[in-house]
Write a protein that binds this ligand. Structure first.
Ligand code: SAH
Length: 568
């Protein structure tokens, strides 16, 4: 299992120097600094507890430069829940101590040793097995996996009790371990890909050395693979990846099987699959063929990232209005998966911070179709690509451009990309929420930009929307190249709505320096609005009342009640 990139979390400027030292030995790691106390961090956070818990639940290794007690208390509520446990360790801000706290099976001691070494000190390792044997037997290196954790723990306590051990099979990483070895020992560490009955006397470690060539037409694929492996006496634990023909790249059955078996799914050109198998390792693989499922066993662990290629992924994501806590979790997760991030520079910056290995492609706001095609080109190579929009990607943003590019393309590689649109909180909804509920009844969303549609259509829609007594949300209300359009739009609306109609102006909502104003249609002038403003215009039923601190609430009731409206 490869470790994800750690987050270095600090609370004050006093820890910055040590944080930078640690960062130097951990490529891609970012320093998270408390907004009010740290200058020059890579990521600025507002709240320590929420940040730490979010890192923990997204399985991010945590290196906190503060007292162990603070970290323990902060994470305590999460510890009772079973699930991921990333490495968590604390480092003294003067670089005098490195203390691993959690994530023994996630390699916390290995990380602690690395950090300690970079600081020229010794790590405070407390795990008995680790101290005695110099390695965590239950956390084999990448390319190997443990058979059973509970049995493993018992096995390690027996070893700690002083019993000797036999090593069966090839375990290069144990060459350095301080184990009392004896060929006659009752206890054995067994490394191999053959299926074995679990037993208390054996610590079973499986090399990820088995590749299964699959075909989507096989019924109940995951089950069929398990049976096939069982019949060949091969442990399912040793499965390194599934390989299929590129023609089947979009197959849901293949994807489900890979998810169920928890292994990567790779693709290769049908005519080269056999050559690929032969080239994979030397000495060559043992191949067990069968209709639809071919099992190949290598002598050493396989590296799936070097077998064929992955199905490319393209996610069009919405960042929400700007504030990190208004970004949906699926979008945050997607950003951590991305190899490439495309978008207008301002939004790409908003989506950060990024790791050193993530490639950013910032382009001008106008080059939408070009950006969409570029995204498919990258994804078709097997990369994981994210296209960013602010707010929601489907509201005057990139999702439609991406779909249009796909619709126009005949390239099968583009059509087999795993395409997903992930929603965000659109500016109209973020603004409405801050003002109350001005869009609480039927409403209409309009862009006032005539760059992509004729102005006559906009005028017609404004008139009909106003007549239909819909509340309105204006996106792109004004810009330097469109100076008069908003004024004209307001004239049209004023023909159907009284001057007292409530209006909400939200500028940079969810971003630093946001402003919210409540005014009326009669008082609204174009100079109060710029291109970073959302304009919400109430319907005939929209009401305003004061709230504390001089602000007001705006809402449109759910019901018309006994109010009479005339809709022509
Ligand atoms: N996809 C975006 C909208 C893009 S159109 C979304 O769903 O929000 C750009 C327009 O959206 C801007 O001209 C402005 O009117 C509005 N807008 C975007 N972000 C905003 C914000 N944070 N505050 C106020 N208005 C915003």
């Amino acid at each position: 299992m490869s470790r994800s990139v750690p987050a270095i979390v600090i609370l004050g400027n006093g820890s910055l120097a040590t944080a930078r030292l640690i960062q130097r030995s951990l490529p891609g790691a970012l320093i998270y600094g408390l907004s009010t106390r740290v200058e020059g961090a890579d990521v600025v956070y507002q709240e320590f507890g929420a940040t730490l818990r979010e890192l923990y639940t997204t399985n991010t290794p945590i290196i906190a430069l503060c007292a162990a007690g603070i970290v323990i208390r902060t994470l305590a509520p999460l510890l009772l829940e079973k699930g991921v446990e990333p490495p968590v360790l604390v480092v003294a801000e003067d670089a005098s101590a490195v203390v691993p706290l959690l994530g023994g099976l996630g390699g916390v001691n290995v990380l602690a040793r690395e950090i300690a070494e970079s600081l020229g000190i010794a790590a405070a390792i407390t795990t008995s097995g680790e101290l005695r044997f110099g390695t965590c037997l239950l956390n084999p290196p990448s390319g190997y996996t443990l058979g059973d954790l509970e049995l493993g723990k018992r096995f390690v306590s027996d070893l700690l009790g002083g019993e000797p051990v036999r090593i069966e099979g090839d375990a290069p990483w144990l060459a350095q371990a301080q184990l009392a070895q004896d060929q006659q020992a009752r206890l054995a560490i067994h490394v191999g890909s053959t299926e074995r009955e679990p037993s208390a006397n054996e610590l079973l470690i499986y090399p990820k050395s088995v590749l299964v060539l699959v075909n989507e037409e096989v019924a109940d694929l995951a089950d069929a693979i398990r049976k096939r492996l069982h019949n060949a006496n091969i442990a399912v634990h040793s499965l390194a990846c599934l390989l299929a023909s590129e023609q089947q790249m979009a197959s849901q059955a293949l994807r489900d099987a890979a998810v169920e078996l928890n292994v990567p799914l790779r693709f290769s050109r049908a005519d080269t699959v056999c050559e690929q198998l032969a080239e994979l390792t030397s000495p060559p693989l043992t191949v067990h063929g069968d209709n639809g499922i071919t099992v190949a066993v290598a002598e050493h662990p396989l590296d799936p990232s070097r077998i064929g290629r992955a199905r490319g992924r393209l996610a069009v994501i919405g960042l929400g209005p700007g504030a990190a806590d208004l970004m949906v979790p699926a979008v945050k997760l997607e950003l951590t998966r991305a190899n490439d991030v495309l978008g207008y520079e301002t939004y790409v910056r908003m989506a950060g911070p990024f790791r050193a290995d993530q490639v950013l492609h910032c382009t001008d706001n106008r080059e939408e179709m070009q950006r969409a095609r570029h995204a498919f080109e990258l994804a078709a190579q097997g990369r994981s690509v994210v296209v960013v929009s602010s707010g929601d990607p489907g509201v005057f943003a990139m999702a439609a451009a991406v779909l249009e590019a796909l619709h126009e393309s005949r390239d099968p590689a583009w059509h087999s990309v795993d395409l997903e649109i992930l929603p965000g909180v659109s500016a109209s909804l973020a603004t409405a929420a801050q003002a109350g509920a001005p869009l609480g009844h039927d409403f209409c969303v309009l862009s006032l930009s005539d760059n992509l549609k004729p102005w006559e259509i906009i005028e017609k829609r404004l008139a009909l929307t106003a007549q239909a007594d819909l509340a309105m949300a204006f996106y792109n209300p004004i810009s330097r190249s469109r100076p008069w359009q908003l004024g004209r739009a307001l004239e049209i609306v004023a023909q159907y709505r009284i001057a007292e109609t409530p209006v909400v102006l939200g500028r940079d909502i969810g971003r630093p320096g946001q402003t919210l104003r409540v005014t009326t249609l009669g008082q609204l002038t174009a100079d109060q609005v710029d291109m970073r403003t959302m304009v919400l215009i109430g319907s005939s039923t929209t009401r305003v009342f004061p709230r504390a601190q001089g602000l007001s609430w705006v809402y449109t009731p759910r019901s018309y009640g006994d109010k009479l409206v005339e809709i022509k």
